[in-house]
Design a protein around this ligand. Structure first.
Ligand code: NAD
Ligand code: FE2
Length: 390
């Protein structure tokens, strides 16, 4: 067995209502003046009330910055840095979806490192730890609260770029399903599919191992049994709890085993066409899986079982193909676009998309089946008109 590494945050607090712990945890981290990093929609939902009460009860003063935007660009980080660097904060608290959590991570790093943030793109380039930070997700998707990645949009090249470093793991992650109840159905669908893609891709990844496999399969089970319910009735707390736990587990597996070609082909769609991360991943998932299935048939059979499919009497290959079909059905049921045309891509864009995707070696190298430029073009071509993988 190859040598592998496994990392998670110092402390993971989980459970409905657990956000009330935040003041106590902030105090344990020695904070007296915290900055809550969030966005305007989160502020309007009233979700911060429990956070601010808990901080006040623990005697911690705080300010709120609500300037994070979805799929955040590097420029936004620089603008916010200028406004907060001299204010004496000793702790950052990120309350929001992946866009807010990723931004909180990097802002914490930028408080202690003068380096240009773009120079930190890549793996293990951040020189030193930043301010302490606590993350609490309000979507059930990215798993950013347990990953050591942060993803931003490069507005010059229209490409999403990743920063990877153990310093991007929070001191404390708090996963409370109640924070996700206010998510609209479309965000629930897209972010939930992102989590499912994390689980499927990390389970079938080259870097997968026994530890992450168990975690990823449990994530697939929880997400597939509850995503439709959470989309159709956002107040279904049990479904929200499954989704919170499922995205957390998927995030742990993603962080440690990595993702593959679905994410690699999805990133250029996010950068150039501004397709939300969950939608681009979900749209491409069945097409990439159709390509991958022959390389990992046993594992795809296990995915079919975790998805709740009846595989009795089927050959391994038939069961594996059932998993691909099942993932496509789930995506359609919750109203996610199933063709590139629906998100504004035209035939003449495919070559440029493929040229961008082939550059993402970090992810393509972790995919169970190798891809050439021609393979990537064919997958995009299949996904252009939709109708399921050909
Ligand atoms: N760090 C990682 O490991 C990792 C992994 C995958 C994706 N990402 C990145 O995360 C970002 C996407 O994050 P996301 O999918 O969570 O979406 P998001 O954070 O962009 O949020 C989407 C929208 O939903 C709103 N929203 C969030 N929670 C809500 C709630 N409870 N109630 C009402 N509205 C709510 C937000 O205000 C926003 O408008 C992308 O930039 C992506 O590249 C990071
Ligand atoms: Fe993702």
């Amino acid at each position: 067995m190859a040598t592998t590494f496994f990392r998670t945050p110092d402390l993971l607090i989980m459970g409905t209502g657990s956000i009330k712990q935040i003041g106590e945890e902030a105090k344990k981290l020695g904070s007296s003046k915290a900055l809550i990093v969030t966005d305007k929609i989160i502020v309007s939902t009233g979700l911060l009330d429990k956070v601010t009460k808990s901080l006040t009860d623990s005697g911690i003063s705080f300010e709120i910055n609500d300037e994070i935007v979805p799929e955040p660009p590097f420029e936004m980080l620089e603008e916010i840095k200028g406004k907060i660097i001299d204010k004496g904060f000793d702790l950052f608290i990120g309350i929001g979806g992946g866009s807010v959590l990723d931004s909180t991570k990097m802002l914490a790093i930028m408080m202690k490192n003068d380096m240009d943030v773009r120079e930190m793109i890549g793996t293990n380039i951040i020189p030193t730890r930043g301010l302490p930070f606590i993350l609490a997700p309000t979507t059930s998707g990215t798993g950013s609260e347990v990953t050591f990645n942060a993803i931003f949009t490069d507005n010059k090249t229209h490409v999403k770029r990743g920063i990877v470093s153990p310093y991007l793991l929070p001191d404390v992650a708090i996963v409370d399903a109640e924070l996700t109840i206010s998510m609209p159905a479309s965000v629930t669908a897209a972010t939930g599919m992102d989590a499912l893609v994390h689980a499927v891709e990390s389970y079938t990844a080259i870097r997968s191992d026994e530890l992450n496999d168990g975690i990823a399969l449990q994530a697939i089970k929880l997400i597939s049994r509850s995503l439709r319910k959470a989309v159709y009735n956002g107040n279904n707390l049990k479904a929200r709890e499954d989704m919170s736990m499922g995205s957390l587990l998927a995030g742990i597996a993603l962080a440690n085993a990595g993702v593959g070609a679905v994410h690699a082909l999805a990133y250029p769609l996010g950068g150039k066409f501004k397709v939300p991360h969950g939608v681009s991943n979900s749209l491409l998932l069945p097409y990439v899986m159709k390509y991958n299935v022959v390389s990992e048939m046993e594992k795809f059979k296990e995915i079919a079982i975790a998805l709740g499919e009846n595989i009795e009497g089927l050959s391994t290959r038939e069961a594996a193909e059932k998993a691909v079909e099942s993932l496509g059905k789930l995506s359609r049921d919750i109203g996610i676009p199933t063709s590139l045309v629906e998100v504004g891509v035209r035939q003449e864009d495919l070559k440029e998309l493929a040229a961008e995707a082939i550059k993402i070696e970090r992810l393509l190298g972790n995919n169970p089946r190798k891809l050439t430029l021609k393979d990537i073009e064919e997958i995009y071509q299949n996904a252009l008109d939709g109708g399921g993988p050909k």
